[in-house]
Design a protein around this ligand. Sequence first.
Ligand SMILES: *Cc1c(COP(=O)(O)O)cnc(C)c1O
Length: 406
Amino acid sequence: MTKQSVDRAVFDNVMVPNYNPQQMVPVRGRGSRIWDQDENEYIDFAGGIAVTALGHSHPALVNTLKEQAENLWHLSNVFTNEPALRLAQKLTAATFADKVFFCNSGGEANEAAFKLARKYSYDNFGPQKHEIISFEQSFHGRSLFTVSVGGQKKYREGFEPVPAGITHLPFNDIEALKAAISERTCAVVMEPIQGEGGIINADPAFVKAARELCDEHNALLVFDEIQTGVGRTGSLYAYQQLGVTPDILTTAKALGGGFPIGAMLTTDKCAVSLNFGTHGSTYGGNPLACAVAEVVIDHINQPELLEGVSAKRKLFVDGLEAINAKYGIFQDTRGLGLLIGVELIEKWQGKAALFMAAAREQGLMMLVAGPKVLRMAPSLIIPDQDIVLGLEKLDAAIAQVLASEA
Ligand SMILES: *Cc1c(COP(=O)(O)O)cnc(C)c1O
């Protein structure tokens, strides 16, 4: 069968308009480079939104996927499988967790986490202890429960009524958390670095206070590490640098390096509440996904790779400073490791997408985090020369925007 030829215009004809993809269609990727239908080359600073942590078409992942595809694709959860068992062993060995629940995306991992938090409190303290505290600008997914816990109203608007018993507090505000937490609180949910919300780092003192307040009130601390996890910040998970251990951690995005998978990690104490029959997912623990994720973890959870993340961050930050010395358009650089956010000065706030589009025209794939922050989340093994080349393209993109808006 010959394949029909398609282009970007087809998107608007046959896809629901909830996305507005850039005006080209990528067809091939290797490492941190991508080519589109017209053979234009791009440097990839976007990393599929913090997903392709080992770049595109990493040979070890390609081989594993092919090998697994020759053996076993799917069983359902009526049967277990070797890749899932091995991956669960590796995740528990590398983290605080004793138990793992597999699913297919970040939103599903959070759905499981929030359901577990409610169920654990229901089992141990009764139905009145069901309130979830979350934070403004946070992002936890697009299902109805996860948009409700998320702190961005625009993602809930029009979808009401939403689940009840959820409070949103200002992020990094210890006093507000002290005032709000009570014996009715079942969980406090946070991202160690708010990603979609604008790359806003949690203050270590705030995280520590949240842990103490949770302990005082028998509430569970849930870390959404879907964006910060799997080496992104320079440690396998960000909590390992914060000195605070959560009760539940969710991970997805980079876990599969581009193959869909999510996981919820927790302790034995909490896990018993998701007893037989209480939750599930047809594809969760799929052998293809777990086989790939196992190799992702093997590659990323290595001291040399994790140290490389910090070294590469320095290259980025130095390069961004040099660009800013020329144009004076950034007012803050945030994030950790290779999750990098630069906030635009007031004059350019609201226009982050202009820079993203100009970057694409210059041959650079980049992200935004809201209307005033440029975001980069490249492969953790992006070659230094690609960082340098990408920053040159960013420089050209900024010059282009400044010239066109002058
Ligand atoms: C991307 C993201 C999610 C949602 O993950 P999906 O795989 O899109 O469902 C949830 N939380 C955070 C912090 C994320 O960055």
